[in-house]
Design a protein. Structure first.
Length: 236
């Protein structure tokens, strides 16, 4: 998807296309921002799938991206791969606020998000990961595995590059230094002057607020026992 100024103080979507299990749909926006909802048109990602989303928010535009439901990673022949590339131009704004990614029993999802920010770009990026569906835990079954990498560059310089590996097969994933028995993990990244969604919420138990290079970039990370508690910890 591509978002650009419409010449009337709002945002147009000259490119909005999808295929396979990902269907982007325009929704009613508020203010100058366009709103796109990612709708799952079939079960995905299944093990062995390769999915990709590319977003370009051009200079001066504003875009909100949400999803209609959680993304559920399902088992299959090998890991599933999901690539997300987000580009935000000078003076542009992106709010990336999809629903949770859930790792069902027996699945392995490898997710890599790459974010490229121009000087003066504003970003609100939320990521929420849930290990196992409710009935997986109710039946005493282990969760799936989520391997996630987030790479952020700003003005051509690296701002953040981190990887998490959670679930069966990942070293120490449920130990005291990682999830410590919690079932969910997430983060809220805010970048830019007067960030897209205001200041980060104050950290609660199980959360930490980190200042990144520059005076206007913060990363709030949290673990929680369930998805609702995680959303609250991230200010939702």
């Amino acid at each position: 998807m591509t978002a650009g100024p419409d010449g009337r103080g709002g945002t147009d979507l000259p490119v909005l296309a999808g295929a396979g299990p990902l269907a982007p749909r325009r929704s009613r926006g508020t203010g100058p921002a366009a709103h796109v909802v990612l709708v799952g048109s079939m079960a995905a990602p299944l093990g062995g799938d390769r999915l990709a989303v590319t977003v370009d928010v051009q200079a001066g535009a504003a875009l909100l991206v949400t999803s209609a439901a959680a993304t559920i990673s399902l088992p299959g022949p090998g890991p599933a791969h999901y690539e997300v590339d987000l580009t935000v131009g000078e003076g542009a704004r992106l709010d990336w606020l999809p629903e949770q990614v859930v790792a069902a029993t027996g699945s392995h999802l490898v997710l890599h998000t790459r974010i490229t920010l121009a000087p003066g770009a504003r970003l609100c990026y939320r990521e929420e990961q849930v290990l196992g569906r409710h009935h997986d835990w109710a039946r005493g079954r282990p969760p799936g595995r989520l391997t996630s990498r987030l790479t952020v560059r700003r003005g051509g310089r690296l701002l953040l590059d981190q990887q998490t590996d959670l679930g069966p097969g990942a070293p120490g994933w449920d130990g005291p230094a990682v999830l410590a028995g919690h079932r969910t993990a997430g983060q809220l990244l805010l970048v830019g002057p007067g960030s897209a969604s205001g200041p980060a919420p104050a950290p609660t138990d199980g959360a930490a607020l980190l200042a990144l290079p520059g005076a206007d970039a913060t990363l709030l990370t949290a673990v929680a026992p369930d998805a609702l508690a995680l959303r609250r910890a991230l200010g939702g």
